[in-house]
Ligand binder design. Structure first.
Ligand code: GSH
Length: 201
C-alpha cells in the first residue's frame, strides 16, 4: 500500500508534491488522469479540483500547498524550529507568487497571446528572483531555511524546471546563489533521477 497522488499528466500544481515524494525515496502512486477521467470524478472531489492525495493512513487531502506541507512534515523537510518553518513557508509563498504567471502561460491557445504572457511571466520571475537571491544571501547562501534542504529549496527547483521549459532560465542571470542552490538540488540523487525520467532534462 502506498499514498496515491492524483493529477493531470503535466507538472503543474502537483509537481512540488511529486518532488518531495521522489526525494523521500518512499514508494507512491503517481496517478496521472485524463480530462475525461477528471470529468468523471470532479463532483466527488472535495473542491472539484486536483491535485488530490489519498493517503494510506490519514484519509484524503486536497489543495496543492496543503498536500506539499503535509508531505514535507512527514519527511522532515519543514525546518528544525518555528523560525525555520516560517522562513521556509515565506519562501514557498514568494515562489508561488512568481510561479502563478508561469502557469498562466500554459493556458492560452493563441500563440501571440502565449508569447506575450511568456515574456511577462519571465520578467515577473526575474524581479522576484532578485529578491529571493537577497533573502538566500541573508540566510547564509546555502539553503532558504536552516542548514539543510527544506521543501522551500525543492519548490525553488520546481519553479526553475518550469522556467527552463518556458525558455526563461535567463531570468536567473545575476542570481548566482539561486543558480548554485538549484544545481545542488538537481544533483540530489533521487531528484536527479526524477528530472531525467519526467522532465527529460
Ligand atoms: N487552489 C487549488 C487550485 C487547484 C487547481 O486550480 N486545479 C486545476 C488544475 S491545475 C483543476 O483541477 N482544474 C480543473 C477544474 O477546475 O475543473 C490548489 O492549489 O490545489
Amino acid at each position: 500500500m502506498a499514498d496515491k497522488l492524483i493529477y493531470f499528466n503535466i507538472p503543474g500544481r502537483a509537481e512540488i508534491a511529486r518532488l518531495i515524494l521522489a526525494h523521500s525515496g518512499e514508494d507512491f502512486i503517481d496517478h496521472r488522469i485524463s480530462k475525461k477521467e477528471f470529468d468523471g470524478m470532479k463532483d466527488e472531489l472535495p473542491f472539484g479540483q486536483v491535485p488530490l492525495l489519498e493517503t494510506v493512513e490519514d484519509g484524503v487531502i486536497a489543495q496543492s500547498m496543503t498536500i506539499a506541507r503535509y508531505l514535507a512534515n512527514k519527511f522532515d523537510l519543514v525546518g528544525a524550529d518555528d523560525m525555520q518553518r516560517a522562513q521556509a513557508e515565506e519562501i514557498v509563498d514568494a515562489i508561488n507568487d512568481i510561479m502563478e504567471p508561469l502557469f498562466a502561460v500554459i493556458v492560452p491557445n493563441d500563440p501571440k497571446e502565449r508569447k506575450e504572457k511568456n515574456e511577462e511571466a519571465i520578467e515577473k520571475f526575474r524581479s522576484g528572483a532578485v529578491k529571493l537571491e537577497k533573502r538566500l544571501e541573508m540566510r547564509g547562501g546555502q539553503f532558504f531555511a536552516g542548514n539543510t534542504v527544506t521543501w522551500a529549496d525543492l519548490h525553488f527547483t520546481n519553479a526553475v524546471l518550469l522556467l527552463k521549459k518556458l525558455n526563461g532560465y535567463k531570468a536567473l542571470d545575476g542570481c548566482p546563489l539561486l543558480r548554485d542552490l538549484d544545481n545542488r538540488i538537481c544533483a540530489l540523487p533521487n531528484i536527479s533521477k526524477w528530472i531525467k525520467q519526467h522532465w527529460n532534462m
